[in-house]
Design a protein around this ligand. Sequence first.
Ligand SMILES: C[S@@+](CC[C@H](N)C(=O)[O-])C[C@H]1O[C@@H](n2cnc3c(N)ncnc32)[C@H](O)[C@@H]1O
Length: 257
Amino acid sequence: MTDVQRARDRMMDVHIKRRGVRDQRVLAAMRAVPRERFVEPGLEEFAYEDAPLPIAEEQTISQPFIVAAMIEAAEARLANVRFEQGDAEHPAYAASSFDRLFCASALVLMSDINAALRCWRDLLKPGGTIAFDTAAKPFGFSQRASEAALRHGVRLSYGEVADTPERCRDLLVQAGFEVVDIRKAFANTNPVAIDDVIAMYDERLDHPAWRGIKEARAETREAIRADFIGSVIADAVSGYVPNDMALFFTTGRKQPS
Ligand SMILES: C[S@@+](CC[C@H](N)C(=O)[O-])C[C@H]1O[C@@H](n2cnc3c(N)ncnc32)[C@H](O)[C@@H]1O
């Protein structure tokens, strides 16, 4: 069996079937698609990991489970679903258009998070709900990178946006929402080999959330990288680095009128 087949089998069993995707056609497609051909050169070996990977134009190829779950949802042939593309910070919708809004893994990418939340509040009908997910702690390599960066005076904003229940709450309250629910859930607990972590770090510099490192002076960038590598090596067990990641899921409500 080749490495790719092994990685694909593991993806199918651990990340897709065990997490509830059942549609046989979706499962067959996920098994057939060579994801390694759709990622940047050099990242092929991570194509079946439970994580999104950077592609061109500051975009990501979503993690396999999300792709499978989305296709399964589309297969349900819901008649009242419409896909539209646009800038979430300047949405072209009238006030009070929506019952619910969910910002999936994108809140930290907004240029002005408070303004975006206030804008989305206007788009909700009275009593409507907003939900968003944000990096919690631990947050795997990203947290390590963010801490290494901070030791060299570079602050990666995404790391602190809503990494505690209090910060999640503050975001809701400042935008005028009532707090409905704030809960933390683990997203990924697979350890990763040291070399793979370093390769992922180098690729991740293209991610918008890591812009602070990418734009730092060359010597600062090198110092952060060395610090990061030192910290992952120090924590590795038998050559593998723990990569536990947790997210906060925050839900708020616009006051009923
Ligand atoms: C981490 S990905 C999440 C993708 C998907 N929602 C998911 O959960 O798999 C973040 C996405 O947010 C998009 N994004 C960033 N800023 C945006 C904006 N102002 N308006 C719309 N999309 C934006 C990026 O293009 C990227 O596709």
